[in-house]
Write a protein that binds this ligand. Structure first.
Ligand SMILES: [Fe+2]
Length: 128
């Protein structure tokens, strides 16, 4: 999964199809996880599994969910390359669920903070 940002206007995009040769269009750069000075404990997703449910909290200390500073989205990228996304609004809990019935192996969980960018963690789904 790749997230890209416009150098000029700051708009953030999910890449659906990667460019041939991997070169991004001029004026865009890839957003890398965990590269800002945001607090780790408020941004690194915390993942636990309860049966078929993957519970993702952002983070070990709940992240603010204010109009000016909030978690916009959480993605789960599974071992088979498929990605599921949940979006959040200000005022909601910084927590989402994904169904992992029929899923196994590693999952990379990403979250995007509107001020502090992209963060991720890895988790291994246990078979039920
Ligand atoms: Fe933040």
């Amino acid at each position: 999964m790749k997230i890209v940002k416009c150098n000029e206007c700051g708009a953030v995009f999910e890449m659906v199809v990667e460019p041939k040769g991997g070169q991004l269009p001029e004026g865009f750069h890839e957003v890398k996880a965990g590269t800002t000075d945001g607090a780790l404990e408020k941004h690194v997703p915390v993942v636990e599994q309860n049966g078929h449910k993957l519970i993702v909290k952002v983070g070990s200390v709940p992240h603010p969910m204010l109009e000016e500073h909030y978690i916009t989205a959480v993605w789960a990228e599974f071992e088979d390359g498929t990605v599921e996304k949940k979006t959040l609004n200000p005022g909601q809990e910084p927590q989402v669920h994904f169904c992992v019935k029929h899923r196994s192996g590693k999952v990379t969980v990403y979250e995007y903070c509107n001020l502090h960018g992209l963060w991720k963690t890895e988790f291994t789904i246990s078979a039920e």
